[in-house]
Design a protein around this ligand. Sequence first.
Ligand code: TRP
Length: 497
Amino acid sequence: MTADKRGMHGIWSSRWTFILAATGSAVGLGNIWKFPYIAGENGGGAFVLVYLLCILTAGLPIMMAEVLLGRKARMSPIHTMERLTATAKAPRFFAGIGWMGAVAGFCILSFYSVIAGWTVYYAGKMATGAFSDIGGEQAGAIFGDLLADPQSLMLYHTIFMLLVGVVIARGVHRGLENAVRIMMPLLFIMLILLLGYSLTTPGFSQGFNFLFSFDFSKLSQESVVVALGHAFFTLSLGMGAIMAYGAYMPADASLGKTVLAVGILDTLVALAAGLVIFPIVFTNGLEPGAGPGLMFQTLPIAFGGLPGGVLIGTTFFVLVVIAAWSSAISIAEPAVAWCVEKGIGRGRSTFVVCALAWFLGIGTVFSFNDWSNNQFFVHVTPTAVEQADTRSVQLPSAEWFVYADVAELKLQYPSTESVSFQITGKTFFDVLDFLTANILLPLGGVLISLFAGWFLSRRSVADDARVNNAAIFEIWRFMIRFVSPVAVLFVFIHGIL
Ligand code: TRP
């Protein structure tokens, strides 16, 4: 094969290896940790429906586009977009897709590694049997203790980032192929086993209804943006991760089926995780909107109550670590591949990328303890307290600050008999999460779909996509030109305003 057909980073052994690697990238903390907790925070059913719609209308078509673009140029996303923009004579800003993706990648990797560190801690803690027969309160306390301790968080963040670096430095194929081939099927089996357990809990039907009964009154404007952002996050779209993997895809593999397989697997894992977690939530009287700790406060209860729970629980958390690991690798790969193309050795490139992300991760470590009160975009909303006599109360006006110390604000705005103040803001971690998932990834997705839909000729795209079924190709092309960009832009602009 010519160098151009293979690119300088090598090629996956087969279409299946690409499916495994892309699934390894897609299935991760997003499915098991993030999906259940944001579904819980956003009221369940209706949110899940919107999320599924976003996967169908934006996720799958854009994933196909990313693989196509990557395979066309066979380079890192930055160079891929620079080259394709030049040859297609498209406006120069499309070349910025790769750069924006690199920025998003650093931000995501930085907090992803911290959260993955929690799962490393839990794998170890499980093995000690610390969770045997515990209830909701103790599970919450163990999680709270972990978050309150920046030193432990830093330690596990560091361990995880080292794991990521080791595999990337060895090259994606050698390091990754074998890992995902064994671990992904194992993870699926474990989830099915857990599903069996949650079926036996008294809260199962309540958990099921929470996820699948669509109550649109619970759906806020922001929930829709979060659902869209999560569709990108969970499929690893919008920042070039899948584009980078597409660059290593064999030239003759068909895109339609491949992408569909990844999308279906990813969605099944997320729904399974939700179906495991929510029955436990309701059985134990926990709060579905508990936030980022949801998985860590529920699953240990299940394992604590299962026969052989120490072994099963430890295995499960090890598998989650591995799922997070194979995802984190794909987040770093675009930046590393770019450095390699610039002539920096693969080992050195890996070190630089991981070190930068590790450093940024310190902000996330402190978001859960020392800096939990240091928040951005803080809103102070006064609400009238219901009074026995109904004289109308003169409410002070709402205020907001770009940055504030929430502890001080609470002193400044003490709730009184007639007015209570609600103070909400975003920690450093929340800002990174919102900026990436809800702004940068959708924006990247819109640009990718516009580029693939409007600046590449039908003929060249048809040749590249290798979709055997003409109808599927037509549907995809229609989606990528009209449906995906409009849907994403609509949600996006509504949400931001
Ligand atoms: N999809 C992964 C998850 O759900 C995370 C991930 C990997 C990712 N690569 C990405 C998210 C690229 C955004 C962009 O855990």
